[in-house]
Design a binder for this molecule. Structure first.
Ligand code: SAH
Ligand code: SF4
Length: 375
């Protein structure tokens, strides 16, 4: 019989599992702390667990995260791990250190079926959803690897200082297309016996799956970022093909519904700045009208190039002007600093290795280019 990977289990599932081994339910809490707060993987080391439980666990369970294929650190301190998800597929996890926080950018799928035009992951097509253990395993691995690099160790009576203070589901994949695995992973991120992050410090980013936004609001409302990228349906249809199914009107309504449950009183709209495509003054003015009744902030992301993208980043002056127009209309607007681009770890550059099962990459080549890239 296959072993149970304990990284697949949130608190409720772990409690049920411990009960199924004829052990007291409160043991699950201790076990969970060993796994997530101390990064333990060896049952024998879990000194305050009854010997009977340790023996059963050693026989039937395991704690296994994805194997690391590559570990690269950028000149700005950003660190990226390439993780093997089997059958010649790999995903990426990125840690971004800042003065006042440490953010981990987590992947939720091998590839992505959404096919956004400006995204390296989207160009590669989709292979499969990640499991809960593979999603939370990225945090489990990164937190404890970073602690050992920083020389922070858990000692008797202490579980060590936390290095990762924020998690964003902005790596490879569309998190809301994999809610069944994502929700237990989110619950562990929030759980005081695991990572204890507040709902405001965990952000799910979506390209706009309207029904699943409602589901997330019910199941586990964390901070929400919505990838907007265009102020009208005509342009968004081309940049984010999902828009053909869920146009902007429906998306704005879904944002308003989400806000009733959200831990923050605004939605973050992400907007990738692509030269000559969506970055003109008129686009900014259209955006202001579009979001007039949705409390929001804007995060402008300078487009990050990747091979054969056929698109270019807007000039810094253009981005400043665009931000100013939004700001003058009273919308808080920030521009994301590009981090880790020397190791291809910047937004939208995550490529991992994906064996496309949708043959999207092939079909894509036959589409006409969006704009002629002027030299
Ligand atoms: N699938 C989700 C989350 C992963 S993408 C989503 O689309 O929201 C995380 C963010 O990076 C999104 O806002 C996405 O639009 C942006 N992004 C994708 N490709 C990019 C690129 N080449 N340059 C800059 N940002 C990019
Ligand atoms: Fe998928 Fe997000 Fe990339 Fe679009 S931007 S293809 S939704 S990962």
């Amino acid at each position: 019989m296959d072993r149970v990977n304990l990284l697949d289990l949130d608190a409720a599932a772990l409690t049920a599992y411990v009960s199924s081994l004829d052990e007291k339910r409160f043991r699950a809490r201790q076990l969970q702390r060993w796994i997530h707060r101390r990064g333990a993987r060896d049952f024998d080391a879990m000194s305050d667990l009854a010997k009977s439980l340790r023996t059963k666990l050693a026989e039937h369970a395991e704690i296994v995260a994805l194997p690391v294929m590559r570990d690269a650190t950028s000149s700005d301190g950003t660190r990226k791990w390439l993780l093997d998800v089997g059958l010649a597929n790999a995903i990426e996890t990125v840690f971004i250190p800042e003065d006042d926080r440490g953010t981990l950018c987590v992947s939720t799928q091998a590839g992505c079926a959404m096919a956004c035009l400006f995204c390296s992951t989207g160009r590669q097509g989709f292979n499969r959803n990640l499991k809960t253990s593979e999603i939370i395993g990225q945090l489990w691995w990164a937190e404890h690897a970073l602690r050992s690099s920083a020389g922070v160790t858990a000692s008797e009576g202490s579980e060590g200082e936390r290095v990762i203070s924020n998690v964003v589901l902005m790596g490879m994949g569309e998190p809301l297309q994999n809610l069944d695995a994502v929700v237990p992973a989110l619950r562990l991120m929030l759980d005081d016996n695991a990572y204890g992050l507040s709902r405001r410090r965990v952000t799910v980013s979506t390209s706009g799956l309207v029904r699943q936004m409602d589901k997330l609001a019910q199941l586990c409302p964390v901070a929400l970022a919505v990838s907007l990228h265009a102020p009208n349906d005509e342009l968004r249809d081309r940049l984010v093909p999902l828009n053909r199914k869920h146009p902007l009107r429906d998306l704005m309504a879904a944002c308003q519904r989400y806000l009733k449950h959200a831990p923050r009183d605004f939605i973050t709209f992400e907007y990738v700045m692509i030269d000559g495509v969506n970055d003109q003054d008129g686009h900014a003015r259209e955006l202001i009208a579009l979001v007039h009744d949705v409390p929001c902030k804007f995060n402008l992301i300078p487009f990050n190039p990747f091979p054969d993208a056929g698109l270019r980043r807007s000039a810094p002056e253009r981005i400043r002007r665009f931000a100013q127009i939004l700001q003058d209309a009273g919308i808080v607007t920030t521009t994301r600093k590009t981090r880790g681009d020397d190791i291809d770890a910047a937004c939208g550059q995550l490529a991992g290795e994906v064996q496309d099962r949708t043959r999207r990459a092939e079909r894509k080549q036959q589409l006409p280019p969006l704009v002629a890239v002027h030299s």
